[in-house]
Design a protein around this ligand. Structure first.
Ligand SMILES: [Zn+2]
Length: 271
């Protein structure tokens, strides 16, 4: 009998192998280089739902894993892999030592972090070492929340490695209307040695990816010759939206997705 993951499991799915990521070749290469030669500060940018967060999550898990596979995937079984889950759990101090990983991981949600928390971050030597990875999710929020200055100081004064993600938005007014921007200051961008954008996968790569996920998750594609191209067209090749479509398919009695389901699917704002 095949395994049928729940709709909410599908919605929260994170890749556990590099081969499960479609597109984003430049981002993947950055992580493979980090694994081989050590990381440095890196900024990952791109439109929403293009797989930035999922790629960063796999990258940090692979870096922290103590028993990576020959294809540089996290093993999924070592203490570090188990402790990290989807890659948003802090791995530091005694907890890290128990896992036997060389790397610490400190994830920060920039929409929620407080000035107090940022101030306390370097306490107890938490940021002392070039094997400390601080992951800043949605870094542009810090500027809006007037916390950017505090972070610039931390980046300059500690040896930790800073990995950040930022959503690219299209400017809707002003002289730079139509340009893509991350709404970050020049000073902050300047702190990252590597800047790489996420990219939409090619339709030819997405087709086998959709088929593979549906097989793995026990979802039946009705009239695949119509349904699959329509899924790719309607989601504008964004993996995040495809995952939502498959989560919805898993809510239906027969776990199926057909042309009408795809046409009816409610995509949120086209940002
Ligand atoms: Zn592992």
């Amino acid at each position: 009998m095949s395994w049928s993951p729940s709709p909410s499991w599908i919605q929260r799915w994170y890749p556990s192998r590099w081969s499960e990521i479609v597109g984003n070749a430049a981002m993947i290469q950055v992580w493979l280089n980090f694994i081989a030669n050590g990381p440095c500060n890196a900024l990952f940018t791109g439109q929403s739902r293009t797989g930035k967060t999922r790629t960063i999550s796999l990258g940090t898990r692979a870096l922290v894993c103590t028993n990576r596979t020959a294809t540089h995937d996290p093993c999924g079984h070592c203490a570090a892999c188990k402790a990290l889950g989807d890659g948003k759990t802090e791995l530091w101090g005694t907890f890290k030592n128990l896992c036997g990983s060389d790397y610490s991981l400190i994830p920060i949600d920039c929409e929620k972090v407080t000035s107090e928390e940022l101030r306390e971050l370097p306490y107890e030597g938490k940021l002392d070492g070039n094997k400390v990875i601080v992951y800043l999710d949605e870094i542009a929020a810090l500027r809006r929340r007037r916390l950017e200055g505090m972070l610039l100081k931390l980046i300059d004064e500690t040896p930790a490695i800073w990995i950040a993600s930022a959503i690219s938005l299209k400017r809707t007014k002003g002289i730079r209307k139509g340009e893509w921007s991350e709404r970050m200051s020049k000073e902050m961008r300047g702190r990252f040695a590597i800047k790489v954008g996420s990219s939409h996968p090619h339709a030819d790569d997405l087709q086998p990816w959709i088929v593979a996920r549906c097989q793995e998750w026990n979802i039946t594609i009705l009239e695949p010759e119509i349904t699959i191209p329509e899924m790719i067209r309607r989601t504008c090749r964004r993996v995040g939206y495809l995952i939502h479509m498959l989560a919805e398919a898993a809510t239906r009695a027969f776990r199926s997705i057909g042309p009408d389901d795809v046409r009816r699917f409610n995509l949120d704002s086209q940002d």
